[in-house]
Design a protein around this ligand. Structure first.
Ligand code: 6PG
Length: 507
């Protein structure tokens, strides 16, 4: 297996628990396979891609016997052959029938197959083999609408959808888990999920957020915030690189330093590591070699779509999704540069300090999270889910991609003030008061010097809008009434169907 796989299987965090001498290399068709027909496993997992494989090892390592199945038998074999000392906990199976027979009844089956049609195909294949109490858990990045549909379609078995965050390492050593589905079903699997989840202190980062698609909705918003958090960091890196002329190696210690302050987080930590890395082939800074065209699997886009559907503004997340899309338009950007000249100009020497950037990033981050939490509250009200925002923040404190020390403070603020915007909580309004001037300075400087900062400027525009009691939408209302007699409310009277003194075309 590739070195990276082995590292993840038995990496530094696991080594202390696993005897280095114990290895298993039983072939898929050997005695272990025969054992699978008689062994009763606590739980099963289908789909041994990287995430599924890592989650299986995590489950096995926590003392739960697990039966595994993959459409391609060779993958199951390779997985089992590399399971080392965890192999005795694992039952590899070569057919769905064998897999189902290997499970304790009522069965608990985790699906870790690609989102979309493969999930439906897997459920259809399993369905005839299951009993009404058996439980299918979709642990992939499903669109919550699909989880709602699959929950409604679940007949002859039970169904739940859980969001699992933390990438490969999280899956192996402790992800954050966002559960949705029947509460009784969650309770059945909670002991396993809580055991394998990341811990913040002693508290497992695993929680149930409501029926059907609630867990996948929370995961989607997590991913939207993930996009925004990453974009904000990228914009600040762009200011350092293009505006301040800093090399990647100069940026790395800045991120490292920030990781010891209010911005302490996994994403700042890995940004420091990315900035410090050299390309093994050319010895050049890795960042200088990586093409500026970002990929995406769509979960950030789903967040933006859902926010629009719910009429809840999340402009920082929307800007981040748009920025990824623009990053992919490389040819157009090259043409634009040829016609208009490169945007970014070097900043005057004293234009900005690194402290300004740190404070601007802090303000942007708080605003983005405030938007995400408001979206969760709105969705909870719309869909009848009780999503305690403080529990969401607690669940995100460890294991997931957006984990950060600030999330602990957010959990506290949302617990103290559950029904108001994070921005209005005393702890965060004070932070905003002290960091917003830097956000304004950085955004202004960027705009004046042709450096695109869509997420930072989106945050600032949102902030300025949301602290302006009388905005300019009276003009919109006047226009709407003018061309469509849509009516408006007045500032000086009650009621809502007044019209202006403009002549109608038919009059
Ligand atoms: C996580 C991540 C993960 C996501 C990747 C890639 O929480 O572990 O959100 O679920 O799939 O980050 O997402 P994109 O390809 O859309 O960037």
């Amino acid at each position: 297996m590739p070195e990276r796989f082995s590292d993840l299987c038995f990496g530094t965090r696991a080594r202390h628990q696993i005897s280095a001498t114990a290895t298993a290399s039983v072939s898929f068709c050997g005695p272990q396979t025969r054992r699978s027909t008689t062994t009763v496993s606590k739980i099963g997992l289908i789909g041994l891609g990287t995430m599924g494989a890592m989650l299986s090892l995590n489950i096995a390592e926590h003392g739960f016997s697990i039966a595994v199945y993959n459409r391609t038998g060779a993958k199951t074999r390779a997985f089992f052959d590399n399971a080392g000392p965890l192999a005795p906990q694992i039952t590899p199976t070569g057919s769905l029938e064998e897999f189902v027979a290997a499970l304790e009844v009522p069965r608990k089956i985790i699906l870790m197959v690609p989102a979309g049609a493969p999930v439906d195909e897997q459920i259809a294949a399993l369905k005839p083999l299951l009993s009404p109490e058996d439980l299918i858990i979709d642990a992939g990045n499903a669109n919550f609408h699909e989880t709602n549909r699959r929950s409604a379609e679940a007949e002859g078995y039970q169904f739940m959808g859980i969001g699992v965050s933390g990438g490969e390492e999280g899956a192996r050593f402790g992800p954050a888990i966002m559960g949705g589905g029947p509460e009784a079903a969650w309770k059945r699997v909670a002991p396993i999920l809580e055991a394998i989840a990341a811990k913040y202190g002693e508290t497992p980062c695993a929680a149930w957020f409501g029926p059907a698609g609630a867990g996948h909705f929370v995961k989607t918003v997590h991913n939207g915030i993930e996009y925004a958090d990453m974009q904000l960091i990228a914009e600040v890196y762009g200011m350092m690189r293009d505006g301040m002329g800093m090399r990647a190696a100069d940026c790395a210690p800045v991120f490292e330093r920030w990781n010891e302050g209010p911005l302490e987080s996994y994403l700042i930590d890995i940004s420091a590591r990315v900035a410090a890395a050299s390309d093994p082939d050319t010895q050049k800074p890795m960042l200088d070699i990586i093409l500026d065209r970002a990929g995406q699997k769509g979960t950030g886009r789903w967040t933006a779509i859902e926010a629009q559907q719910l009429g809840t503004p999340i402009p920082v997340i929307e800007a981040a999704v748009a920025a990824r899309n623009m990053s992919a338009m490389l040819d157009d950007r090259r043409k634009g540069e040829a016609i208009f000249g490169a945007g970014p100009q070097t900043l005057p020497a004293d234009a900005l300090t690194l402290e300004d950037l740190e404070a601007a990033l802090t303000a942007g981050k708080i605003m983005c999270y405030a938007q995400g939490f408001t979206l969760l509250a709105r969705a909870g009200a719309e869909y009848g889910w009780d999503i305690p925002l403080d529990t969401v923040a607690q669940t995100w404190r460890a294991g997931c991609i957006i984990r950060s020390s600030m999330l602990n403070d957010m959990a506290q603020a949302l617990s103290d003030h559950p029904n108001q915007s994070l921005l209005h909580s005393p702890a965060f309004s004070e932070r905003i008061k002290s960091t917003e001037p830097a956000l304004r300075k950085v955004t202004l400087t960027a705009i004046q010097n042709g450096i695109a900062v869509p997420a930072l400027s989106g945050a600032l525009a949102w902030f300025d809008t949301m602290r302006t009691a009388r905005g300019p939408a009276n003009m919109l209302q006047g226009q709407r009434d003018f061309f469509g007699a849509h009516g408006f409310e007045r500032t000086d009277r009650d009621g809502g169907d007044y019209h202006g003194p403009w002549a109608r075309f038919w009059e």
